[in-house]
Design a protein around this ligand. Structure first.
Ligand SMILES: [Zn+2]
Length: 118
């Protein structure tokens, strides 16, 4: 499934905090070396472990600012915590993310990475 994320990506750019994230040369090298499929599987794992559960102990602090291109994508795309997911993507807090919601998020993160790799 190929969703069109251009509207939400455009909207995220109106936030100075979100817009400041980008991939540095090390991130880009990492993405090129691993390939998009591997990066996508990392994204799936991060979302499943850190964002999908109904209750997250350290919500709001679970996503590092660097260390993996997907962490940066999560901040840039407001998929860093359940609070931001609710505010920006209207995905309510307090219940486990469905597989559809997880795929929406992964797709958005990959669209952002793809844009930054160009
Ligand atoms: Zn957040």
């Amino acid at each position: 499934m190929n969703m069109d994320y251009s509207d939400i990506l455009q909207r995220l750019k109106t936030s100075p905090f979100r817009a400041k994230f980008s991939l540095d040369s090390k991130d880009k090298e990492y993405v090129s070396k691993k390939g998009m499929d591997v990066i996508q599987s990392h994204a799936r794992d991060f979302i499943k472990l850190r964002l999908a559960p109904a209750k997250i102990e350290n919500d709001g602090k679970q996503t590092p600012m660097r260390g993996h291109p997907i962490f940066k994508a999560q901040h840039a795309c407001a998929c860093c915590c359940r609070g931001c997911l609710e505010k920006w993507h209207k995905i309510p807090m307090g219940s486990e993310l469905t597989s559809q919601e997880q795929e929406y998020i992964v797709g958005l993160l990959m669209a952002w990475v793809d844009e930054k790799m160009k």
